[in-house]
Write a protein that binds this ligand. Structure first.
Ligand SMILES: Cc1cc2nc3c(=O)[nH]c(=O)nc-3n(C[C@H](O)[C@H](O)[C@H](O)COP(=O)(O)OP(=O)(O)OC[C@H]3O[C@@H](n4cnc5c(N)ncnc54)[C@H](O)[C@@H]3O)c2cc1C
Length: 374
């Protein structure tokens, strides 16, 4: 039986829009189905800034960041939009182990330097450090709202049929491996389906694909004003000490004076996509405000806005990218997936078109969920 499209993609967050672009530019027929409006704020990809960086203590991810950076540049070139803002990156704190990351960057040929705390404090006034600091220049931010717009526009230009306001109620696999997607407005058939549904993954795939434990948490994000908005923004920062935090220039969400986005990477309260309440916990606000006072004295210690966002995490923070029959699972970006989005789109398109998948660490089997029909 013939299908309406070769590849259906469910979910138009960063991963789904990136997949639609990757598949459309390979000349495949693609439909991208999103339950809400494009760019909505109920999932994981909204807002104006996410960290991009090369610094990981794991050579696999360092290599992937390099591939993703090249693809971001391609996306900028093809869309004619500026999406990246390069500021450099700083990593510090006893639990971050900057020396360990430096050794991996060394082995991977990524430029970096390890600085004593006093020298880093001198170079970046308004920041405090208490141990060695890793600096690497190839880091900064990507604008996820603009990136999703660019992915979708290029996918559409490549012929993709993008439908928002179209919840997929059920995915079924027929005897001949044809995929049938039941939506609020009718049925669509496809040769393969890529499920990039973020925190809704289990709702769609339970009973169809064996999934590992996927933990959905509500994370809380704050923007703080800079004391001196005339100065150049600091690099993006990952700091793991008593708290595990990250901070970055906020882009549009940071207001006209480029306020700083700050959040804890430690898991927020457990929730579900449908059950999350969107409320910021006052205790989290107090922790981050105290953190700003202690570590970021160049900011005024009072947030001027705050929001929530969903992490969907695996136990070890590795992604899930695998195929079972005609169903591709593209999920669990565990709070650090944005920087890889165009690469994850390529991986998902590879899996959807029958090419080998990415590193076996991302397979369902590696996550403890068997994929018997591969
Ligand atoms: C606060 C926060 C900060 C972060 N910071 C960083 C960072 O600095 N650097 C970094 O690299 N990463 C970061 N991340 C992680 C990154 O943003 C996520 O990995 C990424 O956005 C995940 O995208 P996604 O497409 O998988 O999920 P989502 O964006 O949630 O997209 C899933 C989509 O599927 C749709 N959908 C679900 N079910 C259905 C259905 N049945 N029918 C139709 N559509 C459906 C949803 O509506 C949604 O639009 C951060 C995440 C958060 C929450």
């Amino acid at each position: 039986m013939s299908a309406d499209v070769e590849i259906a993609v469910v979910g138009a967050g960063l991963m789904g829009t990136a997949t639609a672009w990757a598949a459309a530019r390979r000349g495949r027929t693609v439909a991208l189905l999103e339950q809400f409006r494009l760019g909505h704020d109920r999932g994981s990809s909204h807002g104006s800034a996410r960290i991009v960086r090369r610094a990981y203590a794991d050579p696999l991810y360092v290599t992937m960041t390099g591939q993703a950076m090249a693809l971001w540049r391609e996306l900028e070139q093809e869309s004619g939009r500026t999406l990246l803002r390069i500021t450099g990156g700083l990593d510090h704190g006893s639990r971050r182990r900057p020396d360990r990351i430096a050794a991996v960057l060394d082995a991977c040929g990524v430029p970096h330097e390890l600085l004593p705390a006093a020298e880093a404090g001198h170079r970046w006034p308004g920041l405090r450090f208490d141990g060695p600091v890793l600096h690497h220049p190839e880091a900064g931010t990507v604008d996820p709202a603009a990136a999703m717009d660019a992915f979708a526009a290029l996918a559409r230009r490549g012929g993709a049929d993008i439908r928002d306001g179209t919840p997929v109620r059920r995915i079924g696999v027929e005897a001949d491996d044809l995929v049938r997607l039941e939506t609020a407005t009718g049925t669509l058939t496809a040769r393969t389906v890529v499920v990039a549904a973020g925190a809704w993954t289990r709702d769609l795939l339970d009973g169809l694909v064996p999934l590992p434990e996927l933990t959905v948490t509500q994370q809380q994000v704050f923007h703080f004003p800079r004391r001196d908005p005339a100065t150049a923004p600091w690099p993006v920062i990952v700091h793991k000490d008593a708290l595990s935090t990250y901070s970055l220039p906020g882009g549009r969400d940071g207001g006209p004076d480029d306020g700083r986005k700050i959040a804890e990477h430690d898991a927020g309260p457990r929730t579900t996509a449908a059950g999350r309440d969107g409320r910021v916990d006052p205790a989290a606000r107090d922790r981050i405000t105290a953190y700003v006072r202690d570590w970021l004295p160049g900011l005024l210690p009072e947030p001027f806005n705050e929001t929530t966002c969903l992490y969907t995490s695996t136990a070890n923070e590795d992604f899930v990218l695998d195929r079972v029959g005609p169903v591709v699972v593209c999920s669990s970006c565990s709070g650090h997936g944005a920087k890889f989005a165009p690469l994850i789109g390529e991986y998902a398109a590879d899996l959807a078109t029958g090419r080998p998948g990415p590193d076996p660490r991302f397979s369902l089997a590696a996550h403890g969920a068997l994929s018997p029909h591969r």
